[in-house]
Design a protein around this ligand. Structure first.
Ligand SMILES: [Zn+2]
Ligand SMILES: [Zn+2]
Length: 48
């Protein structure tokens, strides 16, 4: 998976442990990665 903006490899989101941390009901709600579990070093979770 790469960033759609800069095509750099995405890193696991630190806020939700790469999407492995789940909220109530097993639903991931992370504003840092926009629920993708991955972030770009330059663009954060707004790469989608
Ligand atoms: Zn990027
Ligand atoms: Zn996250």
């Amino acid at each position: 998976m790469t960033c759609t903006k800069c095509h750099a490899p995405l890193h696991d989101c630190q806020s939700c442990n790469g999407g492995r941390a789940s909220g109530i009901g097993g639903r991931l709600t992370c504003s840092a990665c926009n629920n993708t579990g991955a972030v770009c070093r330059s663009h954060g979770g707004h790469w989608k």
